[in-house]
Design a protein around this ligand. Sequence first.
Ligand code: PGA
Length: 262
Amino acid sequence: MKKPIIIANWKMNKNVDQAVNFLRQVMDQLPDGKTELFGIAPQAFAIYPMLEMTKHTPLQIIGQNAATKYDGAYTGEISVRDLAEMGVNYVMLGHSERRRIFKETNATINEKVLAATHAGVTPIVCTNEEQEPVVIDGHIHYTFRQLRNVLHGVPTSQVKDIILSFEPSGSIGYGHTADLDLAERGCREIRQEVARNYGELIASQVRILYGGSVNPSNIQTIMSQPDIDGVLIGRASLDPVKFIEMLNFQHPKVTSMPLNQI
Ligand code: PGA
């Protein structure tokens, strides 16, 4: 069984003091060896102090976004090459909030993915159903189109190293709950699409995360699904107690409850 990947997406929350205080509370409770990767994506200005504090720990400090270009006249943007030089190994790209609020297109996200891979930073590429809601025969074909477009030009040998994430927009943020059936189905269909485009081997190696209303009470059931390799957590990850609880969840072998009853 693959070890899980657990990513906290703090979005536009926590100033430097709050981020540093959070780390102080969790540093001596970080799990060792249970997860393949765990990390926090803070606001950009908190990356450096958090990197300094976590240098000798397995906790990764992750970018929430990066530009398509490495430098130049792009006011307000963040260079992924400079993130790499600072010691950042992962960057989230194409989160549904970037698509919906900041109108990022698949073409822009694709440029960012290429810039990140060339800089040696692993993209965590988010897909959802919002851009192209084309449902054919009950299947979510919109996700596939996003996937093909955002990975365009990535050499096949590098696709397995990119982390993909399925984030149905109806499950993200306040007032929503995780639709666990949709979570597994979305991740499974993304894996099947990777198999069609890049072959079965890469599809079995690529890591696919689910994001949307993950919390300490549902993480175990979500992670028991065969095609879900990890989770992206927003709200619940802002609380240090919940964050540690989720990092230390018991990795289940079987689903203990029917999906729709969580
Ligand atoms: P949420 O956010 O856990 O607050 O629903 C998830 C995400 O946007 O990645």
